[in-house]
Design a protein around this ligand. Sequence first.
Ligand SMILES: Cc1cc2nc3c(=O)[nH]c(=O)nc-3n(C[C@H](O)[C@H](O)[C@H](O)COP(=O)(O)OP(=O)(O)OC[C@H]3O[C@@H](n4cnc5c(N)ncnc54)[C@H](O)[C@@H]3O)c2cc1C
Length: 375
Amino acid sequence: MCCALSLADRGARVTLFERNAPGRGASWAAAGMLAPAFEAAGEPGVHPALFDLCLAGAEVWKSFSSRLTALTGRALDYGDAGALACAITQEQGERIMALASACEARGVPHICLEPEDARRREPSLSAELAGALELPTDQQIDNWGVVEALGAALADAEVRVLSGLSVTAIDGEPGNMHLDAAPDDVFDAVVWTVGESARLPVHYEGEITYLVPEGAIVPVKGQLFSLAPRKAGPRRVLRFGPGYVAPKASRIIVGSTSEWNVDDTHAELNVIEALRREAAQICPILAEGQITRIWAGVRPGTRDHGPILGASSIPGVYQATGHYRNGILLAPVTGELMAELVLEGRTGGFLEKFGMSRFDGAGENASSPSLASIR
Ligand SMILES: Cc1cc2nc3c(=O)[nH]c(=O)nc-3n(C[C@H](O)[C@H](O)[C@H](O)COP(=O)(O)OP(=O)(O)OC[C@H]3O[C@@H](n4cnc5c(N)ncnc54)[C@H](O)[C@@H]3O)c2cc1C
């Protein structure tokens, strides 16, 4: 949706094809954290420029959120509360120490907090808290609201949205491209933004064609639940190990698992209960109240956690996928980069760093064992 909007902003006539309804894939399932600082301490093997791309993504959100808010009149929960990385267990403590060092090394604002200071800022935190790290640059947004606002922005920009239409075949050359979903239309270029489905083939000129090498995109399932918001509940994003709490105006989201190579969207009760127990250790009020929703989504993972942005192996077809756990944060900057590439032929910078060529011969690392975190 952001790619379509950025292209239309620059004067292109754009059609968006969506097999279901726009924005109801991973973008709907997400927690909406906009968390560049959290990427400062990426696991071993993470793309060296991912942190910089995430910072750029957070910067674009500042004006992009205002644009969406002005258009729809909705605040979208974009705020400046920052996030708190919290620790009770030794493992969580080690994690926030590593994050603090990484932030220090990269010049990212962060404040190490004693438990009582953290609880003063966030009274919902447990009395057992051992310490916390404040990350003022990490924000959040209501991703459901964003998707709805993007729908309004696309209508405003006169993007033609065709829902319920799968694209499975592409033919032709740049300037004269055809899609099976709209046989009578001719397109100059195609931007392939199918999320985790990018690992599946497409027919090009009748041949089964993979746009990314086998193993470059890995489905990574995440399970979450939500509770109704309440007065004494958390007011900002809380991180604890791989878990997090993202309180929105309409719901408190708690997540998530990272199940590599799993591509179903079925949420399991026992997993949700375990997530809730873990979250309640950090924020005891989360043990109370009825769960309002449980769900799961599939992240388009890559082994270096960075997206794939740029030209594909088919002339005239570009791709923007593999945003893994940062696709909400990176959506507006991805739109900008792709529109510059497609319409102005701009390359270099992030487009060069996040091109597909880095995955040549990816097959042998398909399961990404050094980065797998399966709970
Ligand atoms: C549990 C979870 C938590 C997350 N939390 C965060 C977070 O806090 N912050 C953050 O920044 N990111 C988060 N993410 C990551 C983020 O949601 C994704 O990286 C991002 O949504 C990917 O966007 P996308 O447009 O590439 O994919 P999607 O949102 O999945 O969209 C792809 C769309 O393409 C459509 N499609 C697929 N194939 C075809 C076809 N052949 N023809 C037509 N349409 C097709 C699909 O129906 C889908 O709607 C989270 C993800 C999950 C699953």
